[in-house]
Design a protein around this ligand. Structure first.
Ligand SMILES: [Zn+2]
Length: 129
């Protein structure tokens, strides 16, 4: 970490914009999948005949839905989305740092970024864990 050179990504602008595009596409895909999941929760809720429930039970139903939403955010899609957002923020705000391993500060090979553009670590640091 003493060498300042290693803190700058050696990605070319073209490579970075390719990865940026992939991140945006992937984000859309995850969002769509999560959206479908939302619909499933909503429609399954309608299957239960809420009108016959006493009022306080209906309220509990709302709580359950919020819990499910909460769960969704902590699900794989939610975590994946957070990683993608994180990477995109980096691309836009600290583009020099994008593509740098957050653990050892070395360049993450472009081939790896192509496969997992939202990764924060190089393969060595990931496999060490
Ligand atoms: Zn590393």
């Amino acid at each position: 970490m003493s060498d300042e050179q290693t803190l700058r990504s050696s990605l070319t602008d073209e490579q970075r914009s390719t990865l940026e595009k992939r991140l945006v596409e992937e984000r859309q895909r995850v969002a769509e999948r999560a959206g479908r999941h939302d619909d499933e929760i909503a429609s399954s809720d309608q299957d239960g005949d809420l009108t016959t429930y006493p009022l306080h039970l209906a309220d509990e139903g709302t709580d359950t839905m919020e819990q499910e939403q909460d769960l969704l955010m902590r699900s794989r899609d939610g975590q994946h989305m957070a990683l993608i957002d994180n990477a995109l923020r980096k691309v836009y705000k600290e583009s020099d740092r994008y593509g740098i391993c957050e653990n050892c500060g070395r360049d993450i090979p472009y081939e790896r970024l192509e496969m997992v553009p939202w990764t924060r670590f190089c393969l060595e640091c990931v496999t060490k864990e």
